[in-house]
Design a protein around this ligand. Structure first.
Ligand SMILES: NC(=O)c1ccc[n+]([C@@H]2O[C@H](COP(=O)([O-])OP(=O)(O)OC[C@H]3O[C@@H](n4cnc5c(N)ncnc54)[C@H](OP(=O)(O)O)[C@@H]3O)[C@@H](O)[C@H]2O)c1
Length: 202
């Protein structure tokens, strides 16, 4: 997310940031970093339970997409439109989010968790000077081998200073992994999970 919000787009304090898939790993990082950089963040997720974790973050509003559509929710929370969309989801949600961008707004494409690669009409980008920007960390690191160290040291510095507050992963035993994976598949579990492999004592 450091690449997305400090390089591919340079987020300025006060900009309005819509984060799609805010219950997922990329979405959580986006909410955390955007909030720390002074953005006014709308954390959008498929249910209240998946985005509740962000309720106490500075400058963050929650948008529960099971209770209101994206366009209506954005209109209520950001009547002036969105300056930046962080999009790891794709699909119809991405197309709706692009429409919600304010003039000169930027749509950051990070992934397609919905399984659907959206097709954006060039007219949607032309009208009101919008920008669609790809963010591919793997490619960027291959292109500039020194980038990983710089991004990581910025992130670690922000975490140790308390500006970034990444969500702690839950822990589970290795034998519980199938159940955890089933929960993730059902959408009943969000956030990251670390499986602990205990050494033999015998
Ligand atoms: N560009 C890059 O450099 C980069 C780096 C890492 C990952 N990625 C990509 O980013 C995407 C998201 O990764 P992630 O680690 O954040 O995944 P994740 O933890 O599984 O989260 C994905 C989120 O997408 C939303 N979603 C909407 N429709 C969905 C569907 N049909 N199935 C599953 N999720 C759906 C969910 O949001 P709700 O919480 O609202 O339900 C979910 O929390 C993936 O495509 C991944 O490959 C890109």
């Amino acid at each position: 997310m450091q690449l997305a919000l400090t390089r591919r787009h340079r987020l300025r304090p006060g900009e309005t940031v819509l984060v799609l898939g805010a219950g997922g790993a990329i979405g959580r990082a986006a909410v955390d970093v955007a909030s720390a950089l002074g953005g006014r963040v709308i954390a959008a997720g498929s249910s209240r339970g998946r985005i509740e974790w962000a309720a106490d973050r500075a400058g963050v509003d929650l948008l529960d997409l099971s209770a209101s559509g994206l366009a209506d929710g954005v209109r209520d929370l950001a009547p002036g439109g969105i300056d930046v969309v962080v999009d790891p989801v794709g699909g119809p949600l991405a197309s709706e989010a692009l429409k919600s961008l304010a003039p000169f707004g930027t749509h950051l494409v990070l992934g397609f968790a919905s399984g659907d690669i959206p097709r954006f009409g060039a007219n949607r980008v032309l009208i009101a000077n919008k920008t669609v920007v790809g963010v591919d960390l793997g490619h960027a690191l291959g292109h500039d081998p020194t980038l990983a160290e710089r991004l990581m040291s910025e992130v670690l510095e922000a975490v140790s200073a308390g500006r970034y507050r990444p969500c702690e992963p839950a822990e589970c035993e290795l034998e519980d992994v199938p159940g955890v994976l089933a929960d993730i598949e059902r959408g009943s579990r969000s956030g990251q999970v670390v499986a602990t492999i205990r050494g033999s004592t015998g």
